[in-house]
Design a protein around this ligand. Structure first.
Ligand code: NAD
Length: 480
């Protein structure tokens, strides 16, 4: 039995969730995220795409800040519009609709879009962030494919994923996103010889070649998931790159065309626009810091509970009797809590009084888990900074510690991450972090370590460069 993945329903859920998040975070519609679509010329297909994106923006409660430019616009004229939108704080996201009329260089124009507003995820900088697995906005179509796979519970970790196509828009980022989810990746493209022998290796086959009917039964391993990204307009309606009818009973899951990947692209654009707005806020005065900065993070409590039960059984610990029956669920919840920092607003204020002494929060209690054994370590942190143009809501220093502590960590990295983050977000003259902690894993390994503290520090800027400032920070941080 082959399941048809219902992209329409999954896209609907994503869009409803974005609309609910927008309503909750921006009760005043005048401050809601704004998407500036740019349409150069009057290509009917492009005009149709742009109008459905604009409709979706309005439906999500966001602001439609569309710009239409004439067909004969020069490169400089389009660049000037992008620069204006880039500088405008009302604009959260900028989308330059492709293709552009002949004579315009799309790559140069796209690269003018600031990375925080790059809701299509197509700039060189966004591609770099994706390659390195860092926070950024991802291209919408491959994000939509990931969303479909996750919604259907299709396991990516350890699966062999074959992506047919290596375009910057779909195939290339698709392969990277699957790689970040621990799939084993093969990328096939036009010069690939014997395509069928490559695609038959796939547990997950994503086809984005733009060749109608390229993939049929001879290309597919029994039980595979086949995702058809291709879109072709035919006299009998839309068709894809996959001859889906041939896969009935052979593949486990397929996406139809229409109604598969197509609706996901706009849904992910809506999600990117909201994320762009939140990301921009982080860079200015009041920053909403989400619970976990990785954009694709999900917690599946039911799966964690099942895994906890298996883990206990593997250790020959029964969960059958009444006292242990609920332990797997408690473990799952406890670890989810342990590994999920609360979101918070990082509120900063202009340093109107030119305050330039050390600001220090000491004895901030924290707990974390070491990534080597997932055992707790806990202790106290001291976090200080020398203000420059902005000062910080003081209680937030503890929140920053928590933000980086509640994830699998090593103490040295935790110390450095807190310092680096404050350096980036607050831009102080100097920042210092000192952590003293006790590690459960040390006592496990026979070290007489109960009550033994390990100390790590990270100092940046003036606190690093100037010996007296550094000594002052360390002495005050350790209360000596
Ligand atoms: P593209 O033309 O830029 O890239 C096509 C890629 O497929 C290339 O890397 C090429 O090497 C490879 N390819 C071409 N013929 C091949 C063959 N015979 N065997 C193996 N590889 C082959 O196209 P694109 O922008 O990546 O789009 C691909 C398809 O996806 C198109 O049909 C497009 O309309 C569709 N698309 C759909 C959505 C959506 O929202 N569903 C979004 C973007 C693109």
């Amino acid at each position: 039995m082959t399941t048809k993945i219902d992209g329409k329903a999954i896209a609907r859920r994503v869009r409803d969730q974005v609309a609910a998040d927008v309503a909750a975070a921006y009760p005043d519609p005048a401050t809601a995220p704004g998407l500036a679509t740019i349409l150069v010329g009057e290509d009917p297909a492009s005009a149709l795409y742009v109008s459905s994106k604009r409709r979706a923006v309005r439906e999500a409660g966001m602001r439609d800040l569309h710009q239409s430019l004439p067909e004969d616009s020069t490169q400089a004229a389009v660049a000037a519009v992008i620069d204006d939108l880039s500088a405008d704080p009302a604009v959260s996201g900028i989308l330059l609709q492709l293709p552009l009329p002949p004579g315009l260089d799309p790559a140069a124009l796209i690269d003018r879009i600031p990375v925080t507003k790059d809701v299509d995820g197509l700039t060189t900088e966004s591609a770099g962030l994706l390659a390195r697995g860092e926070f950024g906005l991802r291209p919408c179509t491959p994000s939509g494919v990931i969303e479909l796979l996750e919604a259907e519970g299709i396991k990516m970790r350890g699966a062999h994923a074959v992506v047919v196509g290596r375009s910057a828009l779909v195939g290339h980022p698709m392969a990277e996103m699957l790689l970040h989810r621990d799939a084993t990746i093969t990328v096939a493209h036009k010069p690939t010889t014997d395509l069928a022998s490559v695609t038959r290796l796939a547990d997950i086959l994503v086809v984005a070649a733009g060749v109608r009917g390229l993939i049929g039964a001879e290309h597919v391993k029994p039980g595979a998931t086949v995702i058809d990204v291709g879109i072709h307009r035919t006299s009998s309606g839309l068709a894809g790159d996959v001859r889906t009818a041939e896969l009935e009973g052979l593949a486990d899951h397929v996406t139809p065309v229409p109604g598969g990947v197509g609706p996901m692209t706009i849904a992910m654009l809506m999600r990117n626009t909201l994320r762009a707005a939140q990301w921009a806020q982080q860079r200015t005065g009041s920053t909403h810091v989400p619970a976990e900065s990785h954009p694709d993070r999900r917690i599946d409590l039911a799966a964690a509970e099942r895994a906890s039960r298996q883990f206990l059984h593997a250790l020959d610990i029964s969960t059958d009797d009444e006292t242990m029956r609920r332990t797997p669920r408690r473990m799952a919840k406890a670890y989810a809590e342990f590994l999920t920092p609360r979101p918070f607003d990082l509120t900063t204020f202009p340093n109107d009084g030119n305050y330039d002494e050390l600001v220090l929060a000491r004895e901030i209690p924290f707990h974390s888990v070491c990534e080597h054994h997932l055992l707790p370590f806990f202790g106290k942190a001291a976090v200080g900074y020398l203000p420059d143009e902005r000062i910080l809501g003081l209680s937030k220093l503890a929140r920053v510690v928590e933000h980086f502590a509640l994830r699998p960590q090593v103490q040295e990295r935790l110390t450095k991450q807190i310092a680096d983050w404050l350096d980036r977000e607050l831009r102080p003259k100097g920042v210092g972090v000192l952590i003293e902690a006790e590690h459960t894993c040390m006592s496990l390994r026979g070290v007489q370590a109960i009550g033994a503290n390990t100390v790590t520090s990270a100092v940046l800027g003036t606190l690093r460069a100037d010996v007296r400032s550094r000594q002052e920070f360390l002495a005050m941080a350790r209360n000596r």
